[in-house]
Design a protein around this ligand. Sequence first.
Ligand code: XUL
Ligand code: CO
Length: 480
Amino acid sequence: MSKMKSGKLLVLLVCLNIITLGVIAAAPPTCPSNLDGKCGDSGEWEGEFFPGIPKIKYEGPSSKNPLSFKWYNAEEEILGKKMKDWMRFSIAFWHTFRGTGVDIFGAATKYWPWEDGTNSLAMAKRRMRANFEFLEKLGVERWCFHDRDIAPDGKTLEESNANLDEVVALAKELQGSKIRPLWGTAQLFVHPRYMHGAATSSEVAVYAYAAAQVKKAMEVTHYLGGENYVFWGGREGYQTLLNTDLQRELDHLARFCEAAVAYKKKIGFNGTLLIEPKPQEPTKHQYDWDAATAANFLRKYGLLGEFKLNIECNHATLAGHSCHHELETARINGLLGNIDANTGDPQVGWDTDQFLTDISEATMVMLSVIRNGGLAPGGFNFDAKLRRESTDVEDLFIAHIVGMDTLARGLRNAAKLIEDGSLAELVQKRYKSFDTEIGQQIEAGKADFETLEKLAMEWGEPKVPSAKQELAEMIFQSAL
Ligand code: XUL
Ligand code: CO
């Protein structure tokens, strides 16, 4: 074959491959064959969604039962508070009930038995029933949702609102007296109308549409007894500054936040408003880059006191920080409101939303939570999804169990470190020179440069002590 011909063949093969991938990705899920006619456009579902899965119980660290907690013992007290009150765990509806395993190269890998392949209202209701059975069996009393995860978009805003109302009415009934949303939010990033952003779109009609969607999402969160409301700026950012008025977009975002505060007060919603920072993805540069950027935005626009932050661990690492850094930054600014519990992959550069299973990281997370005095009215939302290759229904349980156990283990370890006191002592010793008279004057803002210059000359070259990093790491590790 000539060079020319083989080149053409290669192009053809690449094209065919792209077409095939496109077809696979677009193929609608089909009704599974093992459902004995239970598939169909009906909201009714006879029997259990998770037959064979018992109510998950605490069995202790020696248990080999994958469907049991080894470290999370809801009623056990740690540092004077029940574990369940430290954790306030929540399930993310979008990952657990809308996640299909689809990625940019491949089709869905998961077809849960209750799915009928449609995005109908009846299907939405059936999924909602599955959600509550899942929560019940896992012993979790909170859940989080986007408006469009739980109810299908309609042809008009009125129709979308009506769909939402119908599903929310069922959710309210299924919640009973114990279960509540940890937070609700509006999905302002999937629909093409939001391609330039929602509150930061260059198109005023999109800004208005987003406002209407948030208004409704806040109403239903309030109706369901939600404790918080989240703003994740899905497409609030830019691709290039060449076509972007940065100042105008940020001003619009601030106006949007102000209007949300006003509406929250108007409807008597007492939940906390939370901004969820993320540096990029889907836009190249998101406005709520990290905790410090979001704090500065709130400060600049006079919104401190009206908002707190929802820190997501995978977003922290995308911003080049550790989760611990983001939690501490939020905490020392009085802004730590909630945690989206997940983790990224150190070798992958995007938001993989994995369940956190690293005990050392969980211990650092829990150190921040304890220092914060807990997270209430926030909590831990499992903004985490099964790997594409994990396809059994029981994997949904196993993933949440290991996520809950990891954080519970982190809590136990952090409590050990706090009770032991050596780490705190190491830190306190490190700064002891500031406990002197002059140190106290500096901290009180009463030491001017002339005074300090005089002292520097009197003292001569400072003797700089060791930072004791390895000792700190040794103490930390002894608690794991
Ligand atoms: C996206 C993300 C969202 C928010 C809610 O990265 O974390 O799921 O938590 O919109
Ligand atoms: Co999140």
